[in-house]
Write a protein that binds this ligand. Structure first.
Ligand SMILES: C[S@@+](CC[C@H](N)C(=O)[O-])C[C@H]1O[C@@H](n2cnc3c(N)ncnc32)[C@H](O)[C@@H]1O
Length: 298
């Protein structure tokens, strides 16, 4: 598939804008201090969402050996919470990709040395030098449009992992956090229920969470698995923290988006908590290592 086809088969910028362009100040009310928009990592003594977000970034930093000399690509960086942590705390040079103008503006506006973002999809990205690490934290959910046949979705995921493989320096690695459709059957995203409609029409149009099996099939030719963990129990805690903060700031939120939209987002956060609690959706974290270029065995 050509660049443009790959881009066109993912969520469009208009579709992404439905959720991500509701106003940075709206998200600042409830995402937590660094505006990470992916699940945190909670241990028994994690006090709050900010600590959980740091834990998540540190988890990938330590497994991918991210330090002061590292060049890191963050695909789908949103407002740059984890990218900020990798740059400011771990000293790496981090470049984020996003297809949301608000995100690129916010990340570049942080003015953090070594941190930048480009308004560019992964299919168009041409690195100037290889990366030591690539992180993809809940962005793959947007890469293949809801409604595409399964074979087409797998083809897109394969193209993505092939690109990442080509972008990594020797010894590099790919950190992946992704939520997947789990105990819902293969036609889950097609079901016409109020919850599926809410998510498809008002929260994440043109997006669909992958199935783990499709991801594994797509990465396996070019990556081996170093870590693959189901850490679904992290997401209800994250969603609850976000929703509590949103409800506590309901008036300010409604003043920004209108009461209908902020209440709809709160409903989505509650529904998401339920989906992860029931394990209908799962949260995976993976660390993948590029396979060596194929050798001829005589
Ligand atoms: C849920 S947010 C990611 C959260 C972020 N990684 C974090 O942990 O804070 C999804 C991001 O993926 C981006 N995105 C969607 N499609 C993309 C594509 N084809 N290429 C690059 N980024 C994409 C969106 O613009 C958005 O910034």
């Amino acid at each position: 598939l050509e660049h443009q086809d790959l881009q066109d088969r993912g969520a469009s910028m208009d579709a992404l804008a439905v959720h991500y362009e509701l106003g940075d100040d709206f998200y600042a009310l409830w995402l937590g201090g660094d505006m990470g928009y992916s699940s945190g990592l909670w241990t028994a003594d994690t006090p709050d969402i900010d600590a959980a977000q740091d834990n998540k970034a540190d988890y990938f930093a330590s497994r991918l050996d991210v330090g002061p000399s590292s060049r890191v690509l963050d695909v789908g960086c949103a407002w740059g919470g984890p990218a900020h942590r990798l740059a400011a705390h771990h000293g790496a040079t981090v470049h984020g990709l996003t297809r949301s103008p608000a995100h690129a503006g916010h990340v570049n506006g942080r003015g953090v040395p070594g941190l930048s973002a480009g308004l560019e999809g992964w299919a168009d990205h041409e690195p100037t030098a290889p990366y030591d690490a690539i992180v993809v934290l809940e962005a793959m959910e947007h890469f293949a449009q809801d409604g595409l046949p399964a074979a087409d979705r797998r083809e897109i995921y394969s193209a993505f992992f092939d690109r990442c493989h080509g972008w990594l320096a020797p010894g590099g690695g790919l950190g992946l956090q992704v939520f997947c459709l789990e105990n819902v059957g293969r036609d889950a995203a097609r079901r016409d229920t109020p919850l599926v409609r809410l998510i498809r029409e008002r929260v994440f149009p043109e997006a669909v969470p992958p199935y783990l099996a499709d991801l594994v099939e797509a990465w396996d030719p070019v990556f081996s698995v170093e870590v693959l963990e189901d850490q679904t129990s992290d997401y209800p805690k994250t969603l609850r923290a976000w929703r509590r903060a949103l409800v506590a700031n309901a008036d300010a939120a409604a003043a920004i988006t209108g009461a209908d939209v902020s209440a709809m987002v709160a409903r989505y956060l509650a529904a998401g908590e339920m989906l992860f609690r029931l394990h209908e959706w799962s949260l995976y974290r993976a660390v993948l290592r590029p396979r060596p270029k194929r050798r001829v065995l005589g």
